[in-house]
Design a protein around this ligand. Structure first.
Ligand code: 5GP
Ligand code: ZN
Length: 114
């Protein structure tokens, strides 16, 4: 059995507030939100990080972005704007080794990030 926490959420072995699911991905609220809207969009397939993506994953990655776009619309943050983040590796701030797209919004995002 996978020890990956996001694989467990995808398999519904661990609880999460799921906001979207389809054959390619699952989206759920971040347990430690950094903004009023903080949703993680994760592929059902375990891919450890951006470094591990294969050419065949290209449609899946595009799909994650379009799902985030739809959730932003539904949550009413599309007009004011939001941030999509893909952290990769330790220096990129990645703490869970299962690819995930952060959707952050509902407050003004600073730049550059800390
Ligand atoms: P990273 O730092 O890897 O880019 O982001 C991982 C995110 O996953 C963090 O924002 C963290 O709060 C979130 N997270 C970690 N474990 C869990 C969990 O068990 N459930 C949920 N919903 N979010 C989690
Ligand atoms: Zn996984």
């Amino acid at each position: 059995m996978s020890e990956c926490i996001f694989c467990k959420i995808v398999a519904k072995e661990v609880e999460a507030k799921i906001v979207h699911e389809d054959p390619l991905c699952v989206a759920f609220s971040d347990v430690k939100p950094q903004a009023p809207v903080h949703v993680l969009v994760v592929p059902r397939k375990h891919v450890a990080s951006v470094n591990d993506l294969l050419p065949e994953d290209e449609p899946m990655v595009g799909h994650l972005v379009l799902v985030a776009q739809q959730i932003a619309l539904q949550r009413g943050i599309a007009g004011n704007g939001y941030r999509l983040v893909l952290n990769c590796g330790p220096m990129g701030g990645q703490s869970v080794d299962h690819l995930h797209l952060h959707l952050l919004g509902g407050r003004s995002m600073g730049w550059p990030p800390g």
